[in-house]
Design a protein around this ligand. Structure first.
Ligand code: SAH
Length: 254
């Protein structure tokens, strides 16, 4: 007998961003696995057990949750934001691909959540209003030269770029290095939106430009959106500016 595994996105923070589907999935779970701080956002229901683990434990957490479900329980694994964006959904798929044959028969489902780049974008207008991409600056799972190659390609091709995992205590300089890399392709006045802890009580969102962006403090709770050449800032009296990328784009001049 196998149970079920559901991989649930909690959204960026405030419970108002938790979808009704995610709430249902959490209600139905007997066991909930996740990174400690994310798990703290989930109220413990009666007959439910929580299994917190460390940030870098994604592979082991996925395997533990799968084993638990295969033994017959209804298990949930949570991620902040969306579980498919630099998070647990891929870790679960990897574990199933590499695990015992029996794991492939498990009933597994994925419940989407509002990812950080959409939460930050919504605070300020529409910086992702035209073609965009998302790049994680963490080099825990890929070499840094590959990050730079992708930044070069994305900026050169005219995408607005959402930068996840811009810095951490172990990687204090990577946000600044990424900004320097983008400056080779984009004008100094390119708008940059920096959102920290969006959807949480200590939320902060600021608008700056590419030439000043490396001075902004970025940490693990920060997401930056670097505009394209087309991205515009609309000043408004007495209100924060609107940052948006128009729906139409011209050919890139070489
Ligand atoms: N699955 C998550 C992303 C995990 S990677 C999602 O879909 O949002 C972790 C990175 O996400 C952080 O380093 C930060 O860049 C971003 N992030 C997550 N929550 C955030 C929030 N509330 N405000 C700003 N950035 C956030």
């Amino acid at each position: 007998m196998t149970g079920t595994l559901v991989v649930v996105g909690l959204g960026p923070g405030d419970p108002c961003y938790l979808t009704a589907d995610a709430d249902d999935a959490l209600h139905g779970a007997e066991a909930v696995y996740g990174y400690g701080p994310y798990l703290q956002r989930v109220p413990i229901r009666s007959h439910q057990v929580h299994y917190p683990s460390d940030n870098r434990e994604e592979g082991r957490r996925a395997a533990a949750a799968i084993r638990h479900a295969v033994r017959g329980a209804n298990v949930a694994i949570v991620s902040g934001g969306d579980p498919g964006v630099f998070a647990m959904a891929a870790a679960v798929c990897e574990a199933i691909e590499n695990g015992p044959e029996e794991w492939r028969t498990l009933d597994v489902a994925f419940v989407p959540g509002i990812t950080a780049m959409l939460a930050v974008a919504a605070r300020i207008g529409a910086p992702l209003g035209h073609d965009f991409c998302a790049i994680s600056l963490s080099d825990n799972l890929k070499p840094w030269p590959l990050v730079e190659r992708r930044l070069d390609a994305a900026a050169g091709a005219g995408f607005a770029i959402a930068l996840y995992n811009p810095a951490s205590r172990a990687r204090p300089r990577q946000f600044g290095q990424a900004i320097e890399c983008l400056r080779r392709h984009l004008p100094p006045t390119t708008p940059v939106v920096v959102g920290r802890a969006v959807g949480r009580p200590d939320e902060r969102v600021e608008v700056t430009t590419l030439d000043k962006a490396s001075a902004v403090k970025a940490d693990m709770a920060t997401l930056a959106i670097v505009g394209s050449r087309e991205t515009r800032v609309v000043a408004r009296p007495g209100r924060h500016p609107l940052v948006y990328t128009p729906r139409a784009a011209a050919e890139i001049s070489a």
